[in-house]
Design a binder for this molecule. Structure first.
Ligand code: UFG
Length: 323
């Protein structure tokens, strides 16, 4: 397939691009390099430097490359920032994304696969979470992703543009070539790995009084290559819908710290801090629908293997993409 990957210079986008290229697909990465890295773009992919705010740029990229499918990763992802600068999130994650949807519809792209998020559910009542759980986001980031899912529903009805929204739980891990390098880093596993490397004086645990067995938040960490696999299956699938992607296993913040200590063999300081506003106690996916409808078969259900892949990548690229 010819696939245009918007946001292919970011973490999940770069790993997915690598996965698709390894399977013989032709890829054009379209990225404004706002948070992504030019070095993260696989050398086998074409690269177009462009921003989705510019309709003509994305329209031209699609006209030139003629993709059958488009994957959309090009969004802002920081929950905390979204609660300070909601306009930044709605403008990029909704308005700019609509330029992509419009260009897809205009140029008869068959399918768009969209990076959505468990943040669309807010504080879910039922765990594990199925797709029929009410979507009531508690931050502007989650709302922006849900809004674009709704835009896609209408583009399908009106223009026939098929869509798959993939609601990721906590993306983690790395390939041998590509990994997680955010600036600033806010995600748990890379931060704990930085503490293990001695690059941070300690790791802070945000909240120890949650209603969970050890009092810390529980998340469902899913390997980035399992996410990549789901994107390819979604492109091959001829229907539209939204699917949760997670392992169905929950890991507490404390248990992630213990896993990092055992995988790296390093000890480091742990500090217990207040809760971070807006964190649900537990987020665990029920991914039955993705398995049934898309044929998704996640390969990594062992948290040690997930953390180990991230650690190996950091050892190889100690300064991330700044090398
Ligand atoms: N945490 C700490 N200390 C830190 C960083 C995080 O204790 O220094 C805790 C958080 O409070 C949370 C857990 O570790 O309980 C995981 O936090 P992350 O920031 O790694 O991930 P989140 O679960 O907050 O968010 C992730 C993605 C979002 C997405 C969400 C959906 O980053 O984009 O999952 O589940 F919306």
């Amino acid at each position: 397939m010819r696939i245009l990957v918007a946001g292919g210079a970011g973490y999940i986008g770069s790993c997915t691009t690598e996965y698709l290229l390894d399977r013989g697909h032709e890829i054009c990465v379209f990225d404004a390099l706002l948070n992504g890295h030019r070095q993260a773009v696989d050398e086998r992919a074409q690269f177009v430097y462009g921003n989705l705010e510019d309709y003509n740029a994305i329209d031209k990229a699609i006209k030139d490359f003629k993709p059958e499918g488009v994957i959309h990763f090009a969004a802002f992802i920081e929950v905390g920032e979204s609660m300070k600068l909601p306009g930044k999130y709605f403008r990029n994650n909704v308005a700019n994304a609509m330029n992509l949807a419009e260009a897809c519809a205009t140029n008869a792209v068959r399918k768009i696969v969209f990076s959505s998020t468990a943040a669309t559910y807010g504080m879910p009542k039922n765990i594990p979470i199925r797709e029929d759980e009410p979507t009531i986001p508690i931050n502007a980031y989650g709302e922006s992703k849900l809004m674009f899912e709704k835009v896609l529903v209408w583009y399908e009805k009106i223009h026939g543009l098929q869509y798959t929204a993939l609601r990721y739980f906590n993306a983690a891990g790395a390939t041998e070539k590509h990994g997680e390098d955010h600036n600033p880093e806010t995600h748990l596993i890379p931060l704990v790995l930085q503490a293990a490397e001695g690059k941070r004086p300690h790791i802070s645990v945000f909240g120890t009084d949650y209603d969970t067995p050890d009092g810390t938040c529980i998340r469902d960490y899913i390997h980035v290559l399992d996410l990549a696999q789901a994107h390819l299956l979604a492109l091959e699938n001829q229907t539209s819908g939204a699917y949760n992607l997670g392992t169905g296993n929950g890991h507490s913040v404390k248990s992630i710290i213990d896993t990092v200590k055992s995988v790296t063999g390093k000890d480091f300081k742990v500090e217990y801090a207040d809760r971070r506003p807006g964190d649900p106690a537990r987020l665990i996916a029920d991914s039955t629908a993705a398995k049934k409808v898309l044929g998704w078969k996640p390969m990594y259900d062992d948290i040690n293997a997930i953390v180990e892949s991230a650690w190996k990548w950091r050892l190889k690229f100690p300064n991330g993409y700044q090398n």
